[in-house]
Design a protein around this ligand. Structure first.
Ligand SMILES: Cc1ncc(COP(=O)(O)O)c(C=O)c1O
Length: 391
């Protein structure tokens, strides 16, 4: 069978290697603590599940949902957005539903990217920014997120000819995996850079509701011309399995994106929209989960610092992007964490980061811990780290 180039040229899934080591550890009776994949194990809050259950009966005759989300859903988004960011959105023209942020992020370039157009993509970063670009025929140009720049993009380093060919710039603040949030000044520079080069500014706010002090902003607080944002319920309300999100911003961009989507899917299921409406009416469950992430973050970062690693204090999201000891690669350090006495699963930074123009991979000297195990497990992991590692 002849696979398409697009599929056959995809890199192998690196997590398979880790899965094998973890499976081998389990066979020997060791219980690994898994900080690998960022999927929270805790249940979706009761009131959200109940809203979905009720809605199944409300839509007894199922019918196709609206392509752009029900009026109720879009109005609930507009109301929440205004409360959260102080930005009034037109629910007809400036909002559309998605089947989770991933779907929207992956499909978005189809509206704007032609063969060999460039898409500017931060790295480390969420893989669909690059995959969506490639599947649309475009060429990713990776922008390194470096600790010495507070994990912000250095626009001065983007060559003029690259900027000229670029159609989209992806931003992701709060940032996964570095935990950085952006300053107002950075957002203004990004907007100015995009205006000057006629680039669409596409911003992924999947982690906007998981923060530890300063509230992350929406770029729409500064301007909406040329800006589009991708929002998710997955992290805010532990709804990863619900597959719903929303896209907001410049009406012209939203309109083009709707054209793409009406040719791909037939809308987000109504019962998921109703569950999402319920989720938007409550902030208590969000506060509770932030406090849990804060506790886990503090326990693990203190342990990592106590064994001689560089201090790391993410301002948002639920990852620890830890610099590894000098002279060690990110894979070496992740393997060391998998020795039976420690048995902690973390993702080598190089696996979730790309080589940039200067030939370097900015993830090479980091590992990522996703704070998804329970607090008891995080305490156990901190103890095993303290007792068995020193640098
Ligand atoms: C940075 C980032 N954006 C988007 C998503 C996807 O969100 P959703 O579950 O809404 O598709 C994730 C999921 O892990 C993510 O890490």
């Amino acid at each position: 069978m002849q696979l398409s180039k697009r599929i056959s040229e995809l890199p192998n899934y690196p997590f398979a290697k880790l899965e094998k080591i973890v499976a081998d550890l389990k066979k020997t009776g060791v219980k690994p603590i898994d900080f690998g994949v960022g999927d929270p194990a805790d249940p979706t809050p009761d009131f959200i599940r109940e809203a979905a259950q009720k809605s199944i009966d409300r839509y007894a005759a199922s019918g196709y949902p609206s392509y752009i989300g029900s009026a109720d859903f879009r109005e609930a988004v507009a109301e929440w957005f205004e409360k959260r960011f102080g930005v009034k959105l037109d629910s007809e023209k400036e909002i559309t539903s998605s089947i989770g942020a991933k779907e929207a992020i992956f499909h978005f370039p189809l509206a704007f990217v032609d063969t060999n157009d460039i898409v500017l993509i931060p790295t480390p970063g969420y893989p669909p920014y690059a995959r969506g670009c490639e599947f649309a025929g475009g060429k990713p140009y990776f922008l390194p997120l470096l600790k010495e720049n507070d994990f912000l993009i250095d626009f001065a380093k983007i060559p003029a000819e690259v900027a000229k060919r670029a159609k989209i710039l992806w931003l992701n603040y709060p940032n996964s995996p570095t935990g950085a949030i952006a300053t107002d000044e950075f957002f203004k520079t990004a907007v100015e850079f995009c205006r000057r080069n006629e680039i669409i500014l596409a911003s992924d706010l999947a982690y906007s509701e998981i923060y530890f002090s300063e509230k992350p902003k929406s770029i729409l607080e500064f301007t909406r011309k040329g800006v589009v944002e991708f929002h998710s319920f997955s992290k805010r309300s532990r709804m990863t399995g619900y597959r719903i999100g929303f896209v907001v911003g410049d009406a012209e961009i939203i309109d083009a994106f709707k054209k793409v989507k009406t040719n791909i899917d037939s809308g987000t299921p109504n019962f998921l929209q109703d569950a999402a409406i319920a989720a938007l009416t409550d902030e208590q469950h969000v506060k509770k989960s932030i406090e849990e992430y804060r506790e886990k973050r503090d326990i693990l970062t203190a342990a990592l610092e106590s064994i001689g690693l560089e201090k790391c204090e993410p301002a948002a999201a639920f990852y620890i992007w830890q610099r590894v000891p000098n002279g060690m690669s990110s894979e070496d350090f992740a393997k060391k964490l998998l020795t039976p006495k420690i048995a902690i699963v973390a993702t080598p930074g190089s696996w979730i980061s790309n080589v940039t123009e200067n030939g370097e991979n900015p993830g090479e000297s980091f590992v990522r811990f996703a704070l998804v195990p329970t607090i008891t497990e995080v305490k156990e992991a901190a103890e095993r780290t303290r007792q068995n590692l020193k640098f």
